[in-house]
Design a protein. Structure first.
Lengths: 373, 373
C-alpha cells in the first residue's frame, strides 16, 4: 500500500457523519425551527453545551506544523495528514471525535489567542507537533486560560508511555527508580516532560543530554526550559556527551536522533541495562546491537521490534476519561495513574514484553478509568 | 420528538468517522511511519493538500453566535446546535464534510484573523449567523484575503433561493423583473444581499424598508451599508413605512419580523401580487391572510405551507460545486446561474409550486453543476 496513493483515493482519512438519517419528518427537529429549543436551553445555561452538542465528545487536534514527526518545520498543510491520522486513532481506540486544526501562524501569542477563541466548539484540546520551547509556553498558558482540558500530546502522552514501560522494565530487573541513574537523550518536548514525570514518580538521578552534551546548571547555550530542568537534574554536574553520561547508567531513554549510540556505549552502562531507543523511524541504536552491547531490556518506537513504546497507548484513553468525567485539567497524578494502569495490564512483565501492543483494546479503557471521580 | 431530549441522547448530531477500519496491518500506512510520505509530498507542493487531505471535501461552518435564527445574540455555545444542524444538511444533501466552528469573540478583526489562520485546514468557509453590518466586512475581507471560497450563507444562499422563487413566480404572473416594483422588508444580511442580487439580475425598482421605514439617500439613522444600498434603491425617495411602500408594489420580500403586515396592506399592492413572507418561524403575514388580501402567489420559510423558500436548497450545492471544481471565489454570476438552475427544476411553475421541496435530491446536483469550468 502506498500512503500517498491511499490518501489520494480517500481524499482525507476521516469524514463528518450525521448520527441520524435526514428525513422530511425529522428536518424540523434536527434543524429549524426545533433546533431553536436546544439553542435557548444552552443560552440559559452554557454548561449544557457539554451535554447537548458535539462538545460532549469532540476535541481539536491542533498543530502549527512546526515540528512534525521527524520531518521538522514542514508547515500546516503538510502536517494535516498526520493530524488526520491522529484523529482516526482517537476515534478508533477511544471513541473520541477528534477534528484536526492546522494553523497558518507559528506565532506563540497568535496561536494562544486562536485556540482560546475555539473553546466554545470543543470539549478538549490536544496540541500536537509544535516545536520546543514554544510548545511549553503555549500549553502552560492554554491550561491556565481555558476551561477545558488541554494536553500537548508529544510531551505528556510520550512521558506517560515511557513511565509505563519503565515501571515494568524495573520490575524485570528488580531495581528501584529511586536508586538508579537515568539518561535522557533529547531535551525537546518529550524529553523535558519525561524527566519531569519520572522525577514526580520518584527518580532522583536523571541526566539530560542535548546535541551539545549534558545539561547542568550554568551551562552555556541553554533556553529557559533547559535552565529550569538543569536545577533538578544532573546534580553532580557531569560534563561531556551522551557517552560520558552513560557510564554506569541503569536506563537510557532516547527521544532524540538516529544511530547516536554504539555497542561500546551500551557496554559502559551498569548491569541489567534498560535501553529505550525511541527515535523514529531509525532508533538511537538498533535493538540487536543494544542487546549485543549487553542491554537486558530494549524498547523502541517501532512496531516491528519487541516492546513498542507508542504514545497511542495514552492519548485516546486520556481524553476518553477527561470527557466522560468532565475533567478540566489533566494533572501529574492522572498521568502517573495512567502509566500504572498501562503497566498493570502486563501481569508478568518479561524482558520481551514490558508494555501492551499499540492497538490493545483494553488500554484506552484502563487509562480512561483513571479519571473517575 | 423533543429536540432537547434528542440532542441529549445523541450528544451532538454529527460525529467524526474513519474512512477505513484501523488494523495492526494498516496502522503504519494511516499513521507513522507511512504518513510521513504524504506529509513530504505536500511539503514539496502545498496545493496537494487539496487532494490528499480532508481539505478536498471539508469546509468550516463558522459563527460567533451574534445573530442566531430569530434568537439574536445568544453567543457561540448556544449557536453550536444550529451549526451542527447545518453541517448535517451539508453532508446529507451535498456530501460535503462540514465542521462547525463557533468562536468566543465577536470582535470583527479577531474573527477575520482567526478564520484566515484556519485556512490550511479547510477547502472552504461558510459563515453563518453573524450579525449585520459586521457580517459584510468580515465576508468582504475574508474573500479578499483568503485563497479558498468564502460565503456568508445568510446573505447569499438566501438571496439565491429568493431569486429562484421569484424567477418562477414572475413566470406565473407573466411580469418582467425589469418593470416591477419590489419591496424588501429587512435590511440585514439577507435583505441587503437579496437587493444586490435582484439588481444584478435586472430589477430596477427596489425599495428597502427597515424598522424605521423606507431607506433612501440621506435618511437619518443609517449604517454605511444602508447608505450604500440607498444609492441604488428607492430612486423616487418614497418616505414612510412598509405600508406606504407597498402601495402599487408587485412583489413583497420579507426577511424581517413576524406579523408586520395585514390583509389591508396586501390589498394596496398591484394585481397578481407576489408575497414572500419569510420571517421564521412566524411570517410577516400568514399565507391565508395574504391570499385573502389578494396575493396571487405566497411563499414562506416554513415547510407546513406551500412554496417553502429555504436556503437549504442552495448552500450544499454551492460548496459541492466549489470544492469539485477548485473554485476560489463564488461570484454573482455563479449565484444567478444557481438560482436559474433551481428555478429550472420546476418545469411548469404554478402559484402553488414555484420552488422544489427542501430535501429534493436533484437540487444540490443542479446547483453544483453551475461551477463546472
Amino acid at each position: 500500500m502506498d500512503p500517498v496513493k491511499l490518501s489520494k483515493k480517500l481524499g482525507g482519512k476521516i469524514e463528518i457523519r450525521s448520527k441520524v438519517k435526514l428525513t422530511s419528518g425529522n428536518l424540523k427537529f434536527l434543524y429549524t425551527p426545533g433546533v431553536a429549543e436546544v439553542s435557548r436551553a444552552i443560552a440559559k445555561d452554557n454548561k449544557l453545551s457539554h451535554k447537548l452538542t458535539i462538545r460532549k465528545n469532540t476535541i481539536a487536534v491542533v498543530s502549527d506544523g512546526s515540528a512534525v514527526l521527524g520531518l521538522g518545520n514542514i508547515g500546516p498543510e503538510a502536517a494535516l495528514p498526520v493530524m488526520e491520522g491522529k484523529a482516526l486513532l482517537f476515534k478508533e481506540l477511544g471513541n473520541v471525535d477528534a477534528f484536526p486544526i492546522v494553523l497558518a501562524t507559528q506565532n506563540t501569542e497568535e496561536i494562544i489567542e486562536i485556540v482560546k477563541n475555539l473553546e466554545p466548539t470543543f470539549g478538549g484540546i490536544n496540541l500536537e507537533d509544535i516545536s520546543a520551547p514554544r510548545c511549553f509556553e503555549i500549553e502552560d498558558r492554554l491550561k491556565k486560560e481555558m476551561n477545558i482540558p488541554v494536553m500537548h500530546d508529544d510531551q505528556h502522552a510520550t512521558a506517560v508511555v515511557i513511565l509505563a514501560g519503565l515501571i515494568n522494565a524495573l520490575k524485570v530487573v528488580k531495581k528501584d527508580i529511586k536508586k538508579i541513574r537515568i539518561i535522557i537523550s533529547g531535551v525537546g518536548a518529550a524529553g523535558i516532560a519525561t524527566a519531569k514525570l519520572l522525577l514526580k514518580y520518584g527518580a532522583k538521578n536523571i541526566i539530560m543530554v542535548d546535541s551539545c552534551g549534558t545539561i547542568y546548571e550554568k551551562r552555556s547555550n541553554m533556553n529557559p526550559v533547559k535552565t529550569g530542568i538543569a536545577k533538578v537534574t544532573n546534580l553532580e554536574k557531569i560534563e561531556g556527551g551522551v557517552r560520558e553520561a552513560l557510564r554506569g547508567a541503569d536506563v537510557f531513554v532516547g527521544v532524540s536522533a538516529p544511530n547516536i549510540l554504539t555497542e561500546e556505549d551500551i557496554k559502559c552502562m551498569s548491569k541489567d541495562a534498560i535501553v529505550f531507543a525511541m527515535a523514529n523511524p531509525v532508533p538511537e541504536i538498533m535493538p540487536e546491537r543494544a542487546k549485543s552491547g549487553g542491554a537486558r531490556i530494549v524498547a523502541t518506537g517501532r512496531s516491528d521490534f519487541a516492546n513498542q513504546i507508542n504514545n497511542v497507548l495514552v492519548f485516546p484513553g486520556i481524553f476518553r476519561g477527561a470527557l466522560d468525567n468532565s475533567i478540566k485539567e489533566i494533572t501529574d497524578a492522572h498521568k502517573i495513574k495512567a502509566a500504572e494502569a498501562i503497566a498493570g495490564l502486563i501481569k508478568k512483565p518479561t524482558s520481551g514484553r514490558i508494555i501492551p501492543k499499540a492497538l490493545d483494546k483494553r488500554v484506552a479503557k484502563a487509562v480512561s478509568r483513571v479519571f473517575k471521580k
